[in-house]
Ligand binder design. Structure first.
Ligand SMILES: [Zn+2]
Length: 298
């Protein structure tokens, strides 16, 4: 399998000379399965550039789009994804939904005519929806597993396996803390219960999910110092990212979902601290930082 990163930034696009090294587009990763079938991980603003590349060939496109959750930074590129405007193309959008908002509504609401000139039902490509929870399903010739993460309302992590290799995509996840969970009320209660039932360490759910993965793409939004003031916002600090990789015995960790306030220099500094920590703790995995244009194979 092969990955190409088109958007690595969390929360909001951050164009400008301070972010050229790691990029300013919000999450979108192109995953090519061994048979070259296309799976797109999230539809942040990075998907616009991916769309430009895809239409260059003129071939019709049939792809899956695995959306982690419907916060703006993970769906806002979709209305600018040109292949969705071309008849003969087909996209299957996969994600969760809540009791009150369906998956099709989560995608189409942002294109409501008050906010956007073209409506979802005007797109020329065939758009299918596959609502999921914690499931196991097939995407082309690959096996996919999904898990609910600890993130406001909900967010889903995906594990894609093919021919003995596994890639895990966890864009937004916060360390689960029992005491914090009692006071934070913005995650769906069913999901909170799943973590509370996991004893003694609720985060073991996530450690088990990533177990042995060849590549883990993981939320590294904050420094530990920043996290103190952002508990309940749904993101990890880099020490927890390293812990997930270590507990889950992954082979390679890719730091992802960079905070919009972190310029290239700050991300370099975080990476240096991660490498130091990995050395001190003798962690066996390798670690790199996601940047726009990064291509990696497993
Ligand atoms: Zn996000």
């Amino acid at each position: 399998m092969k990955l190409i990163f088109w958007g690595t930034r969390g929360s909001i696009p951050t164009p400008g000379k301070q972010t050229v090294k790691y990029g300013g587009n919000t999450p979108c990763v192109e995953l090519r399965l061994d048979d070259n079938n296309l799976v797109i991980l999230d539809a942040g603003t990075g998907i616009r550039n991916l769309g430009e590349k895809l239409i260059e060939t003129g071939d019709s496109i049939n792809a899956y789009v695995l959306i982690s959750h419907p916060h703006w930074d993970h769906i806002q590129g979709f209305p600018f994804f040109k292949p969705a405007f071309i008849s003969g193309n087909e996209f299957t959008i996969v994600s969760g939904e809540t009791k009150s908002v369906s998956l099709p509504d989560m995608i189409s609401d942002q294109m409501n005519k008050v906010y956007f000139p073209i409506q979802l039902n005007e797109l020329k490509a065939k758009i299918n929806f596959k609502p999921i929870g914690e499931d196991e399903f097939r995407v082309f010739d690959a096996d996919v597993k999904s898990i609910y993460l600890n993130h406001p309302t909900f967010a889903i992590g995906y594990r894609i396996s093919q021919n003995g290799k596994s890639i895990v995509y966890i864009s937004d996840n916060e360390p689960f803390d029992r005491y914090v969970a009692q006071s934070v009320r913005n995650v769906e209660q069913d999901i909170v219960n799943k973590y509370l039932e996991c004893k003694p360490e609720p985060n073991q759910r996530v450690f088990d999910f990533v177990m042995g993965a060849d590549i883990l793409i993981y939320d590294t939004t904050y420094t530990p110092e920043e996290y103190i003031d952002r508990v309940g916002w749904g993101h990890s600090h880099y020490l927890f990212s390293l812990k997930v990789a270590a507990e889950g015995k992954v082979k390679k960790l890719i730091l992802f979902h960079h905070d919009p306030s972190h310029n290239d220099e700050k991300i370099d500094e975080i990476y240096k601290k991660c490498l130091k920590e990995i050395k001190i703790r003798d962690y066996p995995f390798t670690c790199i930082v996601a940047y726009e244009g990064l291509e990696i194979e497993t």
